[in-house]
Design a binder for this molecule. Structure first.
Ligand code: PLP
Length: 491
């Protein structure tokens, strides 16, 4: 009965056992393997162990009970929401970092890759020389960006909101399709969730700039400080891209911080069919991207980019702490040769955002880009956008399918239609539940102008055209079965 963790055990053997379990989990030829086995809950639901069982038994339980009963998210047929599984190279890089550099600070190769990979991301996504910081996801990345916006808006009126709190009402303008973490950021930053002024969209899910302009003028007349405009480069619902150029110009005209939420859609700039929609990116004061979405990073990797990282410093810096004094020589960071990793803390990311302890995320992005390069990413983004375009074309030509929202990026919202007089929302909801229970093709649903739609979003590196064909065939088959049931009931 071990009382200590087995730190001198053979990592290589144990990782290779877990690797074999994961390979089996990802074995696409056996989708049924993901059906939850009846017994795993009983096996796992045990009292707090007073004495340990040892690492071998833990490893075995991981392999036999836990991994096989994991999530459908990394499966190629999973196209719900905007989430996917870690690619193999990302898993390797984050495992390496968890052991070799548990923190992103100090002068290590990992700290170096933090900055290098941010520069690579900025270059790939057309962000010029914007500087970045990683965080755990789009939620925090938006929060950090809006922290910069708050600092900028209040400093212009001679006030330090990070030190003294906000002293007058502000507005943040965002479209009705903005991600709901924008409102939460308002709450966390002390400006209030209601400070987020929702601007209606056109029928393609894009912010209406005429309404934006009116809202700004009304607020200015009422003495409310316009703090930021949030535009979407790929909405969560349909992938719509707001008119970035026009919105950016309005932001400049009124000296308002311009933030672009590209958590999902920023990599879309790599697809020449839609890259023109990203014009205006150069006007942004902050932009976010989630490498853990389209780029295939392990979950927990997002980035905020800003023009002026010192603004983030003023917004998020911590107070000095005695325990940080003297352990590290930081006077001379111009030295090209650093003798020890504790000679320098490296770039103080912990003062640019909300996390002190943080995993090294840069190495994950570095590994992804190093493995397949920009051209590999471009190919994947195009493939996924083409898949959404394929669904749209197929559905537009099929009498039993209707496109409810044409794709901009890799989302296409559509539904099954029938000449029977049925409630189409209920019909498609039932179809969706059956589809998901079959466990092979798993889009989510959404509402488009009030109508329930099936909403596949293609971002998974393992997801290919075969899943599109399979999804369409399954939707048509289940739709016909449901129609037969309706007809039998009507007889
Ligand atoms: C546009 C957009 N912004 C922000 C987020 C939040 O990102 P995360 O889930 O990584 O916190 C999402 C999530 O899907 C999103 O689609």
């Amino acid at each position: 009965m071990p009382a200590e963790h087995a730190e001198n055990s053979n990592l290589q053997t144990l990782l290779s056992q877990i690797g074999a379990g994961l390979d089996q989990f990802l074995n696409f030829d056996h989708p049924d393997a993901l059906h939850p086995s009846a017994s795993w809950r009983e096996v796992l639901d045990t009292p707090l162990p007073q004495h340990g069982v040892g690492i071998e038994e833990v490893t075995q339980e991981l392999i036999t009970q836990i991994i096989p009963n994991g999530s459908p998210v990394p499966k190629p047929g999973f196209t719900s929401f905007i989430t996917t599984g870690s690619t193999t190279v990302a898993t390797l890089a984050s495992t390496a970092a968890s052991i070799a550099s548990p923190q992103r600070y100090m002068h290590t190769a990992f700290n170096f890759l933090e900055e290098l990979s941010l520069q690579w991301l900025a270059e790939m996504c057309g962000l010029g020389n914007m500087r970045g910081i990683y965080s755990s996801g789009g939620s925090v990345a938006n929060l950090v960006a809006l922290g910069g916006a708050r600092q900028s808006a209040f400093e212009k009126i001679g006030h330090d909101p990070a030190a003294d709190g906000v002293n007058r009402p502000v507005s943040v303008y965002a479209s009705q399709e903005c991600h709901h973490t924008i409102q939460r950021s308002g709450g966390v930053l002390g400006i209030g969730r209601r400070a987020i002024k929702i601007i209606d969209c056109d029928n393609k899910g894009r912010m209406r700039v005429d309404l934006l302009q009116n809202a700004i003028l009304e607020d200015k007349a009422a003495g409310i400080l316009p703090m930021a405009i949030v535009a979407n480069a790929g909405t969560t619902n349909t992938g719509a891209i707001d008119p970035l150029q026009r919105i950016g110009e309005i932001a400049k005209e009124h000296s308002i911080w311009f933030h672009i939420d590209g958590a999902y859609g920023l990599p879309g700039i790599l697809d020449s069919q839609v890259s023109h929609l990203y014009r205006g990116l150069e006007l942004a004061d902050s932009v976010i991207i989630d490498p853990h979405k389209w780029l295939g990073a392990s979950v927990g990797v997002a980035a905020t980019f800003v023009r002026d990282r010192q603004l983030l410093y003023r917004s998020f810096t911590q107070e000095p702490a005695d325990y940080l004094e003297g352990s590290v020589e930081q006077e001379d960071n111009s030295r090209s040769v650093i003798e020890h990793s504790l000679d320098d803390f490296g770039i103080p990311y912990y003062d640019f955002g909300v996390e002190l302890s943080s995993p090294c995320r840069g190495v994950v992005v570095w590994a992804l880009l190093k493995e397949i390069g920009v051209e590999g990413m471009r190919k994947r983004v195009r493939r996924h956008n083409d898949m959404a375009r394929y669904i749209s074309k197929f559905a537009n030509e099929h009498p039993n399918l209707e496109v409810l929202s044409e794709p901009t990026l890799s989302i296409c919202c559509f539904r099954y239609v029938t000449s029977n007089s049925v409630d189409l929302d209920r019909f498609n909801q039932t179809l969706h539940r059956r589809l998901v229970r079959e466990n092979q093709y798993m889009p989510s649903t959404t509402r488009i102008n009030g109508d329930l739609a099936l909403r596949p979003c293609f971002i998974g590196a393992r997801t290919n055209q075969a899943q599109v064909t399979g999804l369409l065939n399954s939707v048509l088959r289940i739709g016909r079965e449901l129609e037969d049931t309706v007809n039998t009931t009507l007889k």
